[in-house]
Ligand binder design. Structure first.
Ligand SMILES: Nc1ncnc2c1ncn2[C@@H]1O[C@H](COP(=O)(O)O)[C@@H](OP(=O)(O)O)[C@H]1O
Ligand SMILES: [Mg+2]
Ligand SMILES: [Mg+2]
Ligand SMILES: [Mg+2]
Length: 337
């Protein structure tokens, strides 16, 4: 009698996650093309948030919960602000915009869905993590942003979906237009989908092994990453091409499909620890495209500790071939600090 080993494929998780991100991208696109000052507010920590961030979290959480009622979801936003009486018109605005995508959600369900994502959970077990808009500053500038959703099991991403509404579907064929979705499942590779959720092609990192030939990318916002230290690392590697500056987890997307081979994210404040949702989906997309993601000391990102990557400083993503040499350049740069 043959013994058959059962391998879990996450097919249902991936499909539901794609559907959720497709809905959120439709909302974000519609809002970005019509942005006015009333769409934007400042959170208590002074970082920006928009009606699209709230709406995206409401759509994605409610969609996920219809399929996976038992699952924990950890999202960036909460509905606290929207529940304040003086924010009634902002709340009405969110409800109106979300209803254009999902007419079945009422106001209470929307607020509850957003707050479902604000709860805590056992981070060592299965949970989803969501950045409803990553790169809100880019979104507000009219530039790049991403809708980032990942399923975590035992501290590592196993499914990732990155919606990138302003990224070319296929850089080799720009006429195919802007907007794509990247997905990855652990052990199954990474692929590009249209923004409507149709698979187009699988992707892999660039086979660059000579560091001076590599293109690197980093944040547009100087407050998020040390441009000066990135420039020193690039110099140590012999890279003369300027950095590809792009907001959000689109950086992971461009490394995953070979448009850059190194993503540097060294914080200007050494004690800064990243939010899990800023890296979960991007990490698995790059890994499944053949690349590698670690912190600046070479340790894997540990998603089992809470809402932040408490044990990881900085994030480095590469095509894999260049990883050790980049970590070596970082060590050299640190010695000279
Ligand atoms: N001082 C800081 N250092 C590093 N990252 C920061 C930061 N302040 C904010 N961020 C994060 O940077 C993310 C955007 O990254 P990028 O610079 O790659 O576009 C933000 O995500 P949100 O836009 O979801 O809030 C936010 O979580
Ligand atoms: Mg934010
Ligand atoms: Mg973010
Ligand atoms: Mg965000």
């Amino acid at each position: 009698m043959s013994t058959q080993r059962f391998t879990y494929t996450y097919a249902h998780e991936r499909q539901v996650a794609i559907e959720a991100v497709v809905k959120a991208c439709r909302l974000c696109r519609a809002i970005q093309s019509n942005l006015t000052a009333e769409h934007k507010i400042s959170k208590a920590d002074t970082s920006p948030v928009t009606v699209a961030d709230f709406g995206s979290q409401a759509l994605i959480v409610s969609h996920l919960l219809r399929a996976f009622l038992q699952d924990a979801i950890v999202g960036e936003e909460s509905a606290t602000l929207l529940r304040q009486p003086e924010q009634a018109s902002l709340k009405a605005h969110v409800v109106n915009l979300v209803n254009r995508i999902d007419p079945h959600l009422n106001e209470t369900e929307m607020l509850d869905a957003i707050d479902y994502g604000a709860q805590t959970c056992d981070f060592t077990q299965r949970y989803w993590t969501l950045d409803p808009i990553d790169g809100t500053k880019g979104f507000l500038r009219g530039d790049q942003y991403a809708v980032a959703l990942a399923l975590i099991e035992h501290g590592e991403p196993v499914v990732g979906v990155l919606g990138c509404p302003n990224l070319l579907l296929n850089p080799a064929q720009p006429e195919q237009g802007q907007g794509c979705l990247l997905t990855a499942v652990k052990g199954q590779g990474a692929a590009i989908y249209t923004l409507e959720g149709t698979r187009t092609h699988s992707i892999s990192v660039a086979p660059v092994s000579e560091p001076s030939q590599a293109r690197f990318c980093d944040s547009v916002e100087a407050a998020h990453a040390s441009h000066a230290e990135h420039a020193k690392i690039a110099e140590l590697l012999g890279i003369t091409t300027p950095s590809y500056r792009i907001d959000s987890q689109c950086k992971y997307a461009i490394v995953a499909r070979g448009e850059a081979s190194i993503y540097l994210r060294i914080s200007p404040t050494p004690n800064y620890r990243s939010w899990i949702w800023d890296h979960a989906a991007g990490t698995i997309v790059v890994q499944e495209a053949g690349g590698k993601v670690t912190d600046m000391d070479g340790y894997p990102l540990d998603f089992s500790l809470g809402r932040k990557l408490f044990k990881n400083s900085g994030v480095i993503a590469t095509n894999g071939l260049l990883h050790e040499i980049v970590l070596g350049a970082i060590r050299q740069m640190i010695k000279r600090r």
